[in-house]
Structure formats: structure tokens, C-alpha cells
Design a binder for this molecule. Structure first.
Ligand code: MN
Length: 293
């Protein structure tokens, strides 16, 4: 494998936020905008970023009520605050700070996503990411499943010179392996760099790759990248060089594209419009199960 530096295609400022339900104030980086091509970050179809926001105390947990998904996986990463999840496949859990929930909707389920009760009552700082990871046609109608990935389960690679730690959620970095089981090859890391720390990451050129600056400020392939910005890299090389200008957290996303047609409508991510219509009919017919609000 050659080891050419990837060119930065765009450094994208957070789009104006919108609310998902009453609990998630998110900047939708893609699809849309600069990433109008729905496959530009494939297998990652959607990225909603809940930048840091302070929620006041509330006795009624904020969030988003019962809704369906089919054809993909939702991956929720909590940086601040705690999120509770329940689904019609019988899974539930709490995503704590630093934890990840990897939910495979696949053939379809209903779920609800709320601020965890104790967090709601006290309020506090909230920051999260939700990714929608597409599934290839052959896996879209497999059974739903749920992976609760605590921070302790993640592969950890310590950078030399006390430069920080790479937490591997999925895939692999320098021998540290992520616990997530995925349907297509991908790497998902949190690079937690100390001020002055640096890291080199080499990812296959054909893997769509982007970096979300969760915290801090870094120089990436020579360009200054502030917090809350998304760095889209071209598929023209492998290597990314990052130097942290201050204590910095970067979410690294890189995956082999799924080269199949996309028919996306609301909470459904299928290959054809017929399949989307079937999904709507199946929800209406109760085939996604039952979940109380
Ligand atoms: Mn959802």
C-alpha cells in the first residue's frame, strides 16, 4: 500500500441546529449540504451532531418518542450526558458518558430515545453524535440486534510521549481492536489527544473518511480545524497527520463504501422505493412490534 497523504476536500462548519424531538439539538452534517451525494460518506449515511448544550433540570425526560427504523444501524456516541434507549426487540440500556450504543434496526423495530432519568432531573451538559450506518441489501432484512459498548470495552492505543489515547469503537488502530461487530469493514475511533500530541492514521484510499472535531482544535494535514467542524477527506491517499493545538477529541469515521442504490425516506433506508413503501405498510400493519410511549 502506498502511503500518500489524503487531501482535505472540505472543512465544514456546523450547519444551523434543529431539534429532534425535544431532547436532541443537532447539527445535521450529512446527508445534505456539501455532502449532497448521499453516498459520499458511505457506509455512513447520516451524521447528527449534538454539539455541547446545557439542559436545565426536567422531571419529564426530554427526547424522541416511539418511531421505527429499517435498513440500517443507529450508532449513538455520548460525550456528555446520558441517554436511555428502549426498543420493540426488547433491548434497553443507558449510554453513559464515553459509551456507545450500536443498534442494528435491520428488518425493523420501534424505539425511543430519551435523556436518562437522573440526568434529566439534574440537567447538565449534553453532547452526542448519532450515525446512521447503512447495511448492504443482503443484510437489510436480518434480525435487529443491540450492542452496548461501554468505554471500558473499547480497544485503547496509547500514543507515544503521553500524546493521548485512541479509543477504538469499531475496526482497528495499531493492533487495538474495536468491540463493535459490523456488517461491512469500517473504522470508528475517538482520538483523544493531549495538547501538543500528534497522531498519524493510515486508512485505505477507497474508504470514505471524515473527522469530526468534538473538542479542542487541531492541525490536520497542515490545516487548522476548530471544534464542531467536520473535515471531509478526499479518497486520493491514505495518510492523515493530526497535531493537537490543545486537548482535543476527534471522532474518526472511515469505511468501505456500499455501492448500491439508496432509497431513503424518513426513518427508512432501503435500496428501492418499493421497499420503502413496504416498510411503511409493515409499520402500519404492526409488523415492527409494540413499544409503549
Ligand atoms: Mn431513532
Amino acid at each position: 500500500m502506498s502511503n500518500k497523504q489524503r487531501t482535505i476536500e472540505a472543512i465544514i462548519a456546523p450547519p444551523p441546529p434543529h431539534m429532534v424531538g425535544n431532547g436532541f439539538r443537532v447539527h445535521s452534517f450529512f446527508p445534505g449540504g456539501r455532502l449532497i451525494d448521499k453516498k459520499r460518506m458511505s457506509p455512513f449515511f447520516l451524521m447528527d451532531y449534538g454539539a455541547k448544550v446545557e439542559f436545565g433540570p426536567s422531571n419529564e425526560p426530554r427526547g424522541v418518542g416511539v418511531h421505527p427504523h429499517r435498513g440500517f444501524e443507529t450508532v449513538t456516541i455520548a460525550y456528555h450526558g446520558r441517554i436511555a434507549h428502549h426498543d420493540s426487540a426488547g433491548n434497553n440500556g443507558v449510554i453513559g458518558e464515553g459509551d456507545v450504543q450500536w443498534m442494528t434496526a435491520a428488518s425493523g423495530l420501534l424505539h425511543k430515545e430519551y435523556h436518562e432519568e437522573t440526568f434529566s432531573k439534574t440537567g447538565g451538559l449534553f453532547q452526542m453524535v448519532q450515525l446512521w450506518v447503512n447495511l448492504p441489501a443482503k443484510y437489510k432484512m436480518t434480525s435487529p440486534k443491540y450492542q452496548e459498548i461501554t468505554n471500558a470495552m473499547m480497544g485503547k492505543y496509547s500514543l507515544p510521549g503521553n500524546g493521548g489515547t485512541v479509543e477504538v469503537i469499531a475496526g482497528e488502530y495499531n493492533g487495538a481492536k474495536g468491540p463493535a461487530s459490523t456488517f461491512t469493514p469500517m473504522h470508528v475511533y475517538n482520538a483523544r489527544l493531549k495538547k501538543g500530541g500528534s497522531i498519524e492514521i493510515s486508512l485505505p484510499a477507497n474508504y470514505n473518511t471524515g473527522l469530526l472535531i468534538i473538542e479542542g482544535n487541531a492541525v490536520i494535514n497542515g490545516e487548522n480545524t476548530p471544534a464542531d467542524h467536520f473535515v471531509l477527506l478526499k479518497n486520493d491517499g491514505e495518510r492523515i497527520a493530526i497535531q493537537a493545538s490543545e486537548d482535543t477529541i476527534i471522532l474518526v469515521l472511515s469505511g468501505e463504501p456500499i455501492d448500491e442504490p439508496i432509497a431513503a425516506y424518513g426513518p427508512f433506508l432501503m435500496n428501492t422505493w418499493k421497499e420503502v413503501e413496504d416498510a411503511i405498510q409493515d409499520v402500519n400493519a404492526g409488523k415492527f412490534g409494540v413499544l409503549e410511549d
